[in-house]
Write a protein that binds this ligand. Structure first.
Ligand code: NAI
Ligand code: MG
Length: 499
């Protein structure tokens, strides 16, 4: 595999941004970490350092929280009309759209993911979410209610912004996840401290620049780069942060919950998954085979909702596995920015170790690797798309979130829906699932039985600002989109007057 020089594949705007001296955005100032420490930013396609960003610690987090607090308590933001807030959020969307090309390039370079993905998903998905939430800003209303208490009482509710919100996002969709978490918090009138993952901090900083350019008042959007164990932990434990929105591993989610207990801050969690794609005997395989392949190989499987467990009716098992394996074997693996790349590298050498570790465990456990299973080259972190059979329900590769392009295919030779659902639900996670069949009754009956926040029929990985997204069981708390997301960032105050 020929790895090109990424410099030659980027627009001038993106190249210029990557090579800036990167800082923390705190209030209206761009600052280095007080300790002077930095984090190396690596291009996963080459393994080379492409930038450095500040490694903030609790001292910097204190400043950022103070800036967000000041902007919330005393700034113009909370006194602005909801309509004016909505307009600013809409303008933010326009500015992101105007910078679509360079944002997508930076995202691809930072995450390793294929550029086309960033162009068709990350940037438009961010723009749509901001526009959707911009509309909600002016529609966050209270109610009046008919109380049972005798005498004349006038009762009503108001929805108020919860306050200062810390947003911690992972490295797989750094831009889109940041925007998806920020948009409802902004619409509600909150102020924000955004902490991107240490592996992929660049577009969070770019978002900070665009927020300033857009005219958000100082302190409404702060950006703090740094490690999870320091900057992230300081934010989640901070006594002056009112709510935390965390997206990432279930393991770290548990730490967030514990840290949040100090001041009982609100917690939103979008965590891991081991999502089933269930293919019934009557499925349209011309749609199901590429659909299932896309559900696990998009973004090299580094998607919380990836269809990593394929449950297929025994009568079509061999055909489906062969079809998915053929797609896997013919995908073009390459640098995210290179023309024609369908599958980029994994995000980091750590992630390569994790995914390889699961594959090694699977080999020891006696699985069959139908295709893939190996790292490609030594430069960058390229992993072959992999299809595995002969797993059992106890194996780590079948049970745990691998977060790589690794599909475990399992047959079921049973027409009992409850038993198929039990297989699908045999996981601590409950984020996403897909059901592939042409039988409407079967599809909707299964949709009732599967325990997951999203159930897709004849599709997988469906996301939309208007459609709830979130997890059952250990996949999380709360919903990231729709009005449910706004509810998360508002308090309801009941007011009563004796007339
Ligand atoms: P992680 O959950 O540790 O990292 C996600 C974010 O949390 C990053 O911004 C990180 O800096 C921050 N963080 C880490 N430790 C923290 C702490 N103690 N307090 C506050 N913030 C903290 O995930 P990691 O280590 O990068 O990846 C490990 C595995 O997690 C992956 O292999 C994958 O299985 C899973 N993962 C799942 C994601 C999802 O969307 N479901 C996203 C990223 C990772
Ligand atoms: Mg970590």
């Amino acid at each position: 595999m020929l790895i090109p020089d990424p410099k030659t594949l980027m627009s001038e705007a993106a190249f210029r941004f990557v090579n800036e001296s990167h800082k923390l955005l705190i209030g209206d100032r761009w600052l280095d970490a007080q300790s002077g420490a930095t984090v190396d930013v690596i291009d996963p396609g080459t393994g080379r350092v492409i930038a450095k960003v500040p490694a903030a610690d609790s001292a910097d987090v204190d400043l950022a929280v103070a800036a967000a607090r000041e902007a919330f308590d005393n700034g113009p933001w909370s006194r602005m009309t909801a309509s004016a807030r909505g307009k600013l959020i809409w303008q933010f969307a326009d500015l992101i759209e105007a910078n679509a090309r360079s944002l997508a390039e930076v995202e691809s370079l930072d995450t390793g993911r294929a550029l086309y993905e960033c162009q068709i998903v990350d940037v438009p998905g961010s723009v749509e979410m901001l526009r959707y939430m911009a509309g909600w800003a002016s529609k966050i209303n209270g109610e009046t209610m008919n109380v049972a208490m005798p005498c004349d009482f006038h009762t009503y509710t108001v929805r108020e912004a919860v306050g200062v919100v810390a947003i911690i996002v992972p490295w797989n969709y750094p831009l889109e996840l940041a925007v998806w978490r920020m948009a409802p918090a902004l619409a509600a009138g909150c102020t924000i401290i955004l902490k991107p993952a240490e592996q992929t901090p660049l577009n969070a900083i770019r978002l900070g620049q665009l927020a300033q350019e857009c005219g958000f008042p100082p302190g409404v959007i702060n950006v703090v780069t740094g490690y999870g164990e320091t900057a992230g932990a300081a934010l989640s434990a901070h006594m002056d942060v009112d709510a935390i929105s965390f997206t990432g591993s279930t393991e770290t989610g548990r730490l967030i919950v514990k840290a949040a207990a100090g001041n009982m801050k609100r917690v939103f969690l979008e965590l891991g998954g081991k999502s089933p794609a269930i293919v019934f005997a009557d499925a349209d395989l011309t749609a199901a085979i590429p659909g299932v392949a896309g559900s696990i190989f998009f973004s090299a499987g580094q998607v919380c909702t990836a269809g990593s467990r394929l449950l297929v009716h025994a009568s079509i098992f061999d055909r489906v596995v062969a079809g998915v394996a053929e797609i896997a074997a013919t995908m073009t693996l390459g640098h995210g920015l290179a023309a024609g790349t369908q599958l980029g590298p994994l995000v980091s050498s750590d992630q390569m170790d994790r995914v390889s570790g699961y594959l090694d465990a699977g080999r020891r456990d006696g699985v069959t690797i139908v295709t893939g299973g190996h790292r490609v080259g030594t430069e960058g972190y390229y992993m072959q798309p992999t299809v595995i059979t002969n797993t059992s329900a106890q194996m780590s590769i079948y049970r745990e979130e691998v977060f790589g392009p690794v599909l475990c295919a399992v047959p079921f030779d049973d027409d009992d829906m409850d038993r198929v659902a039990a297989m699908a639900n045999d996981t601590v996670y409950g984020l996403h699932a897909s059901i592939w069949t042409q039988n409407l009754r079967l599809a909707h009956m299964m949709a009732r039985k599967v325990k997951a926040g999203n159930v897709c029929i004849n599709t997988h990985n469906f996301f939309d600002p208007a459609f709830p997204m979130g997890g059952y069981k250990q996949s999380g708390w709360g919903r990231a989109s729709g009005f449910q997301a706004i509810e998360h960032y508002t308090e309801v105050k009941g007011v009563v007057a004796k007339l």
